[in-house]
Design a protein around this ligand. Structure first.
Ligand SMILES: CC(C)(COP(=O)(O)OP(=O)(O)OC[C@H]1O[C@@H](n2cnc3c(N)ncnc32)[C@H](O)[C@@H]1OP(=O)(O)O)[C@@H](O)C(=O)NCCC(=O)NCCS
Length: 254
């Protein structure tokens, strides 16, 4: 039976040859920044100046958010249990999900689906919030435990404006923030996930890449936390909230 052959359009390799999306790695090393290279490998084409600048800001925005995020606690717990850096970073990445970091994916999916519809963004946002309420879905990319206004969102939208990416998705995202406040009676600020979701949608990225942007940005942060935990803390220390009350069955006999 002939060897099973499959195709990949990402990187061509051979003896002495590595070409990412067609470009020699040595030329990329000479000429592109990390953010530009991330754009190239994800999109398949070189970024324009504006795309490169936007990508740089996106990758910087989520690099770290202190010791409280679940992924950081995951990473630190894995180290604290006596495991190496690779396991700790993998553990932290596994914690990233629809409620933390991974909200970019679903936020972009919803935004991309709704932005395609006819109508002005205010009407669409209002209908979207009614739909979310009916389905009992929390709008991904909105709300934050700490920030009433997420400074990363403001900066990303400012840079998006300068780079020419303030399109229908960002407009819709801002309108959804207002509609949530009007209809739910509470301020749910656009968080960094929601802002990235809107920006990458205006940059024509597929929503299925959403979690990837957060992972690429956050891994250096997780590595720093793993290293600090290894070098500053005692093994198996008590991390997180120890305040819990047992409310299962009382003492009983078998
Ligand atoms: C980020 C998040 C977990 C912070 O939560 P919090 O500030 O601790 O708020 P709570 O989970 O206590 O929720 C408080 C209320 O706001 C509502 N709420 C919070 N975020 C909401 C959202 N994105 N959409 C709709 N309602 C939301 C909750 O349903 C709850 O309502 P209730 O009191 O009627 O039950 C929350 O806003 C959320 O789940 N956001 C969506 C996921 C997301 O964007 N994650 C990325 C975080 S960077």
């Amino acid at each position: 039976m002939a060897d099973y052959e499959w195709k990949s359009a990402i990187t061509d390799i051979g003896p002495g040859k590595i070409r990412v999306r067609g470009y020699h790695i040595t030329d990329i090393m000479d000429k592109l920044s990390f953010a530009e290279t991330v754009f190239l490998i994800l999109k398949g084409e070189l970024p324009t100046k504006a795309e490169a600048e936007m990508m740089r800001a996106i990758l910087v925005a989520s690099i770290d958010h202190g010791c409280s995020p679940p992924s950081v606690l995951g990473t630190r717990n894995v180290v604290s249990g006596g495991n190496p850096l690779n396991a700790a970073v993998a553990g932290g990445v596994l914690v990233i999900g629809d409620s933390h970091g991974g909200a970019i994916e679903n936020s972009a999916k919803i935004m991309q689906e709704w932005a395609k519809k006819d109508g002005d963004v205010e009407t669409l946002a209002s209908e979207m919030v009614d739909w979310l309420k009916e389905k009992k879905i929390r709008m991904p990319g909105f709300g934050h435990r700490l920030h009433n206004v997420d400074p990363r969102t403001l900066k990303l939208f400012e840079i998006a404006g300068k780079c020419g990416f303030s399109g229908r998705h960002i407009e819709l995202c801002k309108a959804v923030e207002k509609a949530l406040e009007n209809k739910l009676g509470r301020k749910l600020p656009i968080n960094v996930d929601g802002a990235i979701a809107a920006v990458i949608s205006d940059m024509n990225f597929d929503w299925r890449l959403g979690k990837g942007f957060f992972i690429i940005s956050r891994v250096p942060g997780l590595i720093s936390h793993a290293y600090e935990e290894m070098t500053r803390e005692k093994p198996m220390r008590q991390l997180g909230n120890r305040n819990f009350t047992y409310d299962g069955p009382g003492e009983r006999e078998i």
